[in-house]
Design a protein around this ligand. Structure first.
Ligand SMILES: [Fe+2]
Length: 377
């Protein structure tokens, strides 16, 4: 079930029909974005390949999966007797499909599984993931984000890894510039955080380096003059970033970003980018006593240096300025939110301390004024 097979070429969503025949899938349950399902051209591609009574569509959920929405999906999926789940959308649709597929077959209280108290032991049917953005990489991870009573959890199990992934770059051709920019920024930061993370391995670093290169080579062009080639490159980068964090998880920039998204409704990739520059500056101040990575301070330095070189930054100190310049150039405003003393205090308190252990350096979450000064410079 977990052997992941990837389709990665133009219009590869049109291969779903053959895949269904091969696997004898008679009824397909689609978890999709709302507007994006139609605007990306995905809906037409589905209706061209399947009869109306073969398909059931579910899109009645908010951005960032909530457990109550998962229950709605489970009811419709159970009644449908579908033999496969196909998610077509951004990270939310893909995570929603993972949650439905796994939580439909548990005994007991779903909250215990969503919050990580209990582990799932199986999923109901195969899951085909079809991303229509190029950022979250959720199609390549064994995690599913889920909100329970307003708190964010990440369910983790190898069983959540989709069985098939269809990367169809044509689905991303119509993405507006801002969404292109912040989803690519998510992919970039995921790859870079994975690269400097305490959990990085040779394999994860390989995925990271390729993803970083692909984003940097294509991001400006994809925002300003998209074409099938730069879309394909970014989609691949998103997938590689997902593969990297699937092995390592993310670090401090992601941990800090969630507050900005919930407090200011700032899209995930934009929030992560904002925090990334500051976390880089924190990481570059590493000492032996603040180093979290058993490979030592010099190892972390060499990783930071490698990242700075990608951006042609003259020094580690100069990196945040170069990085934020790129953000501005692709339309991600660095002053998008008002970071006053009270807000930063709450931001620091919001951070999941456990996640910070994967950051190469112990981040100082007491110096509120230092944080504000950094962004005012
Ligand atoms: Fe992310």
């Amino acid at each position: 079930m977990n052997r992941k097979i990837i389709y990665n070429e133009e219009n590869s969503l049109l291969q779903l029909g053959d895949l269904a025949v091969k696997n004898n899938w008679k009824k397909l349950f689609f978890v999709t974005g709302k507007k994006s399902f139609e605007s990306t051209g995905a809906k037409k591609k589905i209706l061209d390949q399947f009869l109306e009574d073969q398909v059931i569509f579910f899109n009645d959920f908010e951005v960032n999966p909530k457990l109550n929405d998962v229950y709605k999906g489970i009811d419709i999926f159970s009644a449908s007797k579908a033999d496969v789940i196909v998610s077509i959308g951004g990270g939310t649709a893909i995570d929603m499909a993972k949650l439905i597929d796994s939580l439909v077959c548990i005994d007991g209280n779903p909250e215990d599984y969503a919050t990580g108290k209990l582990k799932i032991s199986r999923v109901a049917v195969p899951h085909v993931a079809v991303p229509t953005t190029s950022g979250s990489g959720s199609e390549a991870t064994h995690f599913a984000v889920v909100y329970v009573d307003g708190s964010k959890y990440s369910m983790a199990s190898d069983l959540l890894l989709p069985s098939y992934v269809i990367l169809d770059p044509n689905l991303t051709l119509s993405l507006p510039p801002y969404i292109t920019a912040y989803t690519a920024m998510d992919a970039l930061c995921q790859a870079m955080e994975s690269f400097w993370s305490v959990g990085s391995t040779e394999e994860s670093s390989g995925y990271s380096l390729k993803a970083i290169q692909l984003v940097l080579e294509n991001i400006k062009e994809a925002v300003n003059s998209p074409n099938i080639n730069n879309r394909k490159a970014l989609q691949e980068a998103g997938n590689l970033g997902g593969k990297a964090i699937n092995l390592t998880k993310t670090t401090a920039a992601h941990a800090l970003s969630y507050f900005l998204t919930s407090e200011f409704n700032l899209p995930h990739g934009h929030s992560v980018g904002l925090m990334f520059g500051w976390v880089f500056s924190q990481n570059s101040m590493i000492t032996d006593s603040t180093c979290n990575d058993p490979r030592g301070r010099d190892f972390v330095f060499s990783r930071l240096k490698e990242l700075a070189d990608f951006f042609k930054a003259e020094s580690l100190e100069n990196f945040p300025a170069v990085f934020y310049k790129l953000m501005e150039e692709i339309g991600l405003k660095v002053d998008a939110v008002n970071l006053d003393h009270d807000t930063v205090g709450r931001l620091f308190k919001s951070v999941n301390i456990e996640r910070l252990g994967n950051n190469p350096v112990q981040v100082d979450l007491t110096d509120i004024n230092g944080f504000i000064d950094f962004f005012e410079k």
